[in-house]
Write a protein that binds this ligand. Sequence first.
Ligand code: FAD
Length: 477
Amino acid sequence: MADLQVALHMGGETILETATVEAFKTCLRGEVLTPSDAGYDEARLLWNGMHDKHPALIARCTGVADVIDAVNFARTHHLVVAVRGGGHNVAGTASCDGGIMIDLSLMKGIRVDPESRTVYAQGGATWGDVDRETQVFGLATPGGVVSTTGIAGLTLGGGLGWLRRKHGLSIDNVLSVDIVTADGQFHTASATQNADLFWGIRGGGGNFGVVTSFVYRLHPVGPMVTLCAPWYPVETAKEVLPAWRDFMASAPEELSSQALFWTVPPVSDFPEEAHGKRVVIPAAVYSGPADEGERVVQPLRELGTPLVDLSGPIPWTVLQSAFDPFFPKGEQLYYFKSRYLNDLNDATIDAIIPQASNPPQPMVLVVLWHNGGAMSRVGPEETAFMGRDAPYLLSVDAIWNNPQDTAEVITYARDFLAAMTPYSPGGLYVNFAGLGEEGDALVRSAYGANYARLVALKNTYDPTNLFRLNQNIAPTV
Ligand SMILES: Cc1cc2nc3c(=O)[nH]c(=O)nc-3n(C[C@H](O)[C@H](O)[C@H](O)COP(=O)(O)OP(=O)(O)OC[C@H]3O[C@@H](n4cnc5c(N)ncnc54)[C@H](O)[C@@H]3O)c2cc1C
């Protein structure tokens, strides 16, 4: 192996001698891959096909010791550092050019304690991994709605899923984490240990260190839950959305719901005559008893004549992976960006419908997350996460195939969200932050009143901003 050219986190490049790299390779239990190694291209692949990054080193960690050594190596040599959990972040921050990717994706150890209703999961697990283990005991913790998403990035940003109104965000169910900070020190953070760090990692993303494992609280869920998914023609959105809003205003907290605008994919699962038609879907999941669920969701199925209706009882694990085929890794291009909404009055609905009905690419999803319930009963300053009191989050999840369409699709998403300014209290969800292109302005608006406290925490735990490839809270020391 020749000497390795590497990128430095304060800018510029340097050369790492072969002996230095070899010594690092030898000390890790996991592999360290460089561009000439077999498996390098597969290991560097991110979920969003927009990002084709080439780290100089990929440290495929197998445990806490590897993570400590990787962080120490990165800090000692001043390397650009990316931390990878599930690799799903749209902004592509899980990788880098020329630096080191600290890759946790082999760290998928999970242990459920059914007595205490808790699960320990390592930082490279996906929601599919966690659901698989917890459902054996009829338990689950709030995660995301696509099973291949990493638990780490999703949790550290907040975590919105089908259990949010009944059991809160993912972070509301984190009992503790193990984390390696920029100085290479190992900490456990919980309500009683390193409480400042525990506050920051619940919403503050990957700014404070590498989380090697999480302990989550579990709840009885499933094995069967009820899905509500009638797909109405988009032309009826002006009737469907107000009816959905009014229904959800008094719906039980077991029901979490998001109204989606989408286009019926041309696949045999759906009737041919519906292929290519734009639809509005008042999607909901009832996580209480399945027989009750069918009765609860029935009114949402009677808002018109659906083109497709996928409603009915469904195993929790099947539900959690039902969307996976539409989000393949590395094959499509993605840009997800969001904005909180004050409410969903008729003026807001009128502003949403024309844009949501006519995207430049058919697979653009527009998602109205209806929030509230358990997630809004946690105070805004109890965790770093902001936006608990906004009743809705609007997310434009743009998906397309041809790089030539990139500029048009991203412009559409940005213009759409900019047009929602009069209906928004400001702020966005850091896990749906596009490419993070607004930088400092983005994190200030995302964290609002919690921003100053996050900066103080960053000054304490990462004063040189080693962990900067994220929605970055820049230190001020
Ligand atoms: C198809 C799809 C569906 C999604 N669905 C949902 C959803 O239902 N609900 C929701 O809330 N969000 C959802 N998201 C957004 C998701 O929360 C973010 O993309 C999240 O960053 C993904 O986590 P990851 O571990 O896969 O990310 P990665 O790309 O691996 O990492 C993203 C960032 O998180 C940090 N990070 C990752 N692992 C660690 C770690 N172990 N320690 C410290 N920092 C770490 C790093 O800063 C890294 O840059 C979805 C995204 C996609 C692409």
